[in-house]
Design a protein around this ligand. Structure first.
Ligand code: DOR
Ligand code: ZN
Length: 439
C-alpha cells in the first residue's frame, strides 16, 4: 500500500525542513520526501494548504488504567490522543495499583496493543507504591519497556532517595521526571498563593514550593551527572533556575502545559473547579516568563498533563474536587491559536517541543520524517476555525476550562505506522475511520 501526499507544507526540524514538499509512504515507512515525487502505483492526494509534521508526542498524560477507568481508560485515552493529533504518548503511573513493577508495565503495553491505535509508552514509578520510601524496580521495568520514571502527582520528597533514583536510572539511560512540589510548603494548598487565594479564602500553594524542588533537582542532576526532566513548570522562578542550570551544563530538560501558558489564577474566580490544577495556575508575570522560556529554548517540551476526572468528582466542593484538566484534545489547537498564530514561536519550534524533543528525551522512535523512519505523521489544517465542545470529547474526562473557546487550527488526520487512526470528516463533526475507530 503506497500513499503519496503532494504539496503540503512539511515541517520537520530534525532535518531543518520547512518547505512545500511531497511525502511518499510505503507500508509502515516513509519511502521518500522531496519535491515533485512521482509514483505510478501510489494513491495520490493533494494537500495544498495543509501542514505535515512528524507525529506529535505528548510525554505526559494520565490514562488512568488500571484502577480509575471511570475517569479514562487506555482505549478512550488513545482515541482522544489520536483526535488531538498525537501519534504517541507517555503515560504516568499514578494508577491503582501504581505502575511500580514490570508486570504492570507489561500489562499496560499489552492493553495498548489490543487497540492498534497510537503508540503508548508507560512511565514507571520511582518509588514502590509512589510512597516515596523505597526505590521501585527501575531496572526490571526498563527491560519491560518503561521509558522513564516518575512519581508524578507527588514529588520525590526525600533528597537522598532522589539522588539514588537519578544514579540508578542513569545506569539504564533513563530519565527521572519530577513533579516539583515541596509538600511541607504546599500542604493543604488549593490554588496559587497570592491575590486570589487571599480573596477566595483558600490555602495557597506558593511558587517556592515548586522552585525549591526544581533547584534541588538540578543540583542533584549536576552532582550525579545524570538526566532530570522537570514536569509542568509553572513559575517565573522555575524558568530562571532551569535557564541558569542549562547555562552551567546541567543535563536538565523541562515541559510546560498549554493551560499554564494561557491562563492565570484569575480563572479560579468564583471557585471554578475546572481551573483547579496542580501545579496551580499562576500570575500573568509567571505566564510571561514561561512564554519567554518557551521562546529561548529553556522550555523543551509542551505536554498536556491530560488529567481526566469524572463530572461527579469535579462537581464536589472546591476543596474536595481533584486537581486536573482533560487536555489532550485541546493541546494542539490552543498552542496553534494562542501561541503560534500570535507569533510567540514558529511552527518549527512547536514541532520541536511537541514531537522531536519528547522523542529525544524519552529516547523513543519518532520526531522525524526522515526517509526510512516509521510513517508517524500529523496532518494539520491551520485555517480551520473550531469550537471546543467538551461534551464531544472522546476522552471520558470533560473537565476543561476551555469549553466554548473558538480556535483556529487543528489536526485533521493522524497516521501511525502508515495507518490512519484518526480522520476529521468535516469541521466540528468528527468521526473515525472504520474498524480502527469503533467507539
Ligand atoms: O492537576 C494534576 N492532576 N496534577 C497532578 O500532578 C496530577 C494530576 C492527576 O493525576 O490528576
Ligand atoms: Zn501529571
Amino acid at each position: 500500500m503506497k500513499k503519496l501526499f503532494k504539496n503540503a507544507r512539511v515541517i520537520d526540524p530534525s532535518q531543518g525542513i520547512d518547505d512545500i514538499l511531497d511525502i511518499l509512504i510505503e507500508g509502515e515507512k516513509i519511502a521518500g520526501i522531496g519535491k515533485n515525487l512521482t509514483s505510478f502505483d501510489a494513491e495520490i492526494e493533494d494537500l495544498t494548504g495543509k501542514i505535515i509534521t512528524p507525529g506529535l508526542i505528548d510525554m505526559h498524560v494520565h490514562f488512568r488504567e488500571p484502577g480509575f477507568e471511570k475517569k479514562e481508560d487506555i482505549k478512550t485515552g488513545m482515541l482522544a490522543a489520536a483526535r488531538g493529533g498525537f501519534t504517541a504518548v507517555a503515560c504516568m503511573p499514578n494508577t491503582n495499583p501504581p505502575l511500580d513493577n514490570p508486570y504492570l508495565i507489561k500489562y499496560v503495553i499489552d492493553r495498548a496493543k489490543e487497540y492498534d491505535l497510537i503508540k503508548l509508552y508507560p512511565i514507571g514509578c520511582v518509588t514502590k507504591g509512589r510512597m516515596g520510601i523505597e526505590l521501585s524496580e527501575i531496572g526490571k521495568m526498563s527491560e519491560q519497556g518503561a521509558v522513564a520514571f516518575s512519581d508524578d502527582g507527588s514529588p520525590i520528597g526525600n533528597s537522598a532517595l532522589m539522588k539514588r533514583a537519578l544514579l540508578y536510572a542513569k545506569g539504564f539511560d533513563k530519565v527521572i521526571i519530577d513533579h516539583c512540589e515541596d509538600p511541607a510548603l504546599s500542604e493543604g494548598g488549593q490554588i496559587n498563593e497570592g491575590y486570589m487565594s487571599f480573596k477566595l479564602g483558600l490555602t495557597g500553594i506558593p511558587a517556592s514550593a515548586e522552585e525549591i524542588m526544581v533547584a534541588r533537582d538540578v543540583i542533584l542532576a549536576k552532582e550525579t551527572k545524570s538526566k532530570v526532566h522537570i514536569a509542568h513548570i509553572s513559575t517565573k522562578g522555575s524558568v530562571e533556575i532551569i535557564r541558569r542550570a542549562k547555562e552551567l551544563g546541567v543535563n536538565v530538560t523541562c515541559e510546560v502545559t498549554p493551560h499554564h501558558l494561557i491562563l492565570t489564577e484569575d480563572e479560579v474566580e468564583g471557585y471554578n473547579p475546572l481551573a483547579k490544577v496542580n501545579p496551580p495556575l499562576r500570575t500573568s508575570e509567571d505566564v510571561e516568563a514561561l512564554i519567554e522560556g518557551l521562546k529561548d529554548g529553556t522550555i523543551d517540551c509542551i505536554t498536556s498533563d491530560h488529567a481526566p476526572h469524572t463530572k461527579e468528582e469535579k462537581e464536589m466542593e472546591f476543596e474536595y474536587a481533584p486537581f486536573g484538566i482533560s487536555g489532550i484534545e485541546t493541546s494542539l489547537g490552543l498552542i496553534l491559536d494562542k501561541i503560534v498564530n500570535k507569533g510567540v514561536i514558529s511552527l518549527s519550534q512547536m514541532v520541536e517541543k511537541m514531537s522531536l524533543n519528547p522523542a529525544k528525551i524519552l529516547n523513543i522512535d519518532g520526531g522525524t520524517l526522515k526517509q526510512g523512519s516509521f510513517a508517524d505523521i500529523t496532518i494539520i489544517d491551520p485555517y480551520i476555525e473550531w469550537t471546543v465542545k467538551k461534551e464531544e470529547f472522546l476522552s471520558k474526562g470533560k473537565n476543561t476550562p476551555f469549553d466554548g473557546y473558538k480556535l483556529r487550527g487543528k489536526a485533521i488526520r493522524t497516521i501511525v505506522k502508515g495507518k490512519e487512526v484518526y480522520k476529521e470528516v468535516h469541521h466540528e463533526s468528527l468521526v473515525g475511520t472504520g474498524r480502527r475507530f469503533d467507539l
